[in-house]
Design a protein around this ligand. Sequence first.
Ligand SMILES: Cc1cc2nc3c(=O)[nH]c(=O)nc-3n(C[C@H](O)[C@H](O)[C@H](O)COP(=O)(O)OP(=O)(O)OC[C@H]3O[C@@H](n4cnc5c(N)ncnc54)[C@H](O)[C@@H]3O)c2cc1C
Length: 435
Amino acid sequence: MKKIIVAGAGIGGIAVSALLAKDGYDVTVYTDRMPADCAYDWEDSFNITAVAQFTGDVLTPGQKGFLCNNRYFGPSQKTPVETDFGDNPPQKAERSLLAHLLTAYALKCGVQFVPDTKIKAAATENNRVTGIVTADGSRFAADLVIDACGVDSPVRKSLPDACRIEQKYAYGEVFYAYRGIYEKVCETPPDPHAYELYLMHQGEPGISWFITEEKGNDILLGRFLPFGQEKVDAEWKNFKATHPQLGEKLLRGGTFAKIPVRRPLAKMVCDGYAAIGDSAYMTYPMSGSGIDLCVRAAKMLHECILADKDGAFTTETLWSYHYNYISKYASLAGTDVLKNTLLNLQPDKLDLLFDKRIVTASDLTSGGANVSTADMIGKVLRGIFHLPTLLKTAKAALGGGNVEKLYKQIPETYTEAAYDAWKKKIDKKIVPLKR
Ligand SMILES: Cc1cc2nc3c(=O)[nH]c(=O)nc-3n(C[C@H](O)[C@H](O)[C@H](O)COP(=O)(O)OP(=O)(O)OC[C@H]3O[C@@H](n4cnc5c(N)ncnc54)[C@H](O)[C@@H]3O)c2cc1C
């Protein structure tokens, strides 16, 4: 029987492990912490209904909530834009519920979990991944390693260069984030747009949010450089000046973490290896949301593994997983270009986009989920008739569209030459964050 190791209990990893174990594969998840022990202590926006369908659970009424409408602020905060989700607001649910549903389902399907295991690197032989090496020097062999170790995966970072998989990310591709939910010290009038999103908050590249909830105030800071408690305290004071309801006592969270906000890996498979979730940068670059994408990718990887009847698990046989993911979510590469283009603008230019309602908040609210790059380009192009100074932005937006098209041209069958030629073309179109 083919032996599959899932490195790290990331969401996509647990999801695919369950599907594979159900089909009779020998699947073991090695992880430092069990998902339920390290689930973030807050609610996140993701499709909990789809997760419950996946695990065969029935949700109780209190387990599913909905996001409230947004109010977006540009750097000057002068002309906020309000958007409504209408009849279809995104769902939200507790992270601990997600961890519980997926882990219970994986155990039921026969997945073995080995917790308290720190993975150090991939074990490799002749450029094939043959297992994992742990911090205490133990080696565990597998026919296939599924890397679900998150954005800083030691498995991905230790792959031989011959695997042609990017090991590191660049500046601007990962958010350093903080999230905390603070007590509410006074009542606030009802606000249908209580989810406030600040772009380039305090003039810094990145975002912040402030959500006034019934029982607390939810603060998130996302920046491109690491920061610590001192910065959190300073931003708390900034928010307090405009939000008297903000109390000092931290009720939940208070956690620092990293979020990938870039295009997915241009190659996420090699002999004996497939990456999933944050280790493959499977998030929406505008918002950093990755849970729904992980679950969908798990189904794609499962299908690909089933189709590999001999269990060869080579780049060639795993390619259909990569091909299907990249061609389906090619727009994420376009969104990555647009995101960096917008963030490379001087704050006053970004304010113009807000003031003139060129980039409407609904584009940004969906985090690139529902808006095609073409829609965004249309908006920016319309904008240049009003704002000739934004010509540069329009050109870059067109670049986003080109990247999307190029991503869709990914070779359907893997050969080194075809991949290298495609990669060369897409690399030319990447817009790095410069600010
Ligand atoms: C503040 C914040 C808010 C977010 N909000 C949302 C949201 O609202 N909606 C949404 O869809 N997404 C959100 N995300 C993103 C989402 O959390 C991820 O995209 C998603 O969880 C996929 O990540 P992952 O499971 O692949 O990786 P991770 O969550 O990083 O999981 C990696 C796993 O591997 C284990 N591991 C790591 N290193 C090792 C090692 N060396 N040895 C052994 N085990 C290891 C970890 O313990 C963990 O179990 C948010 C992220 C953050 C940080």
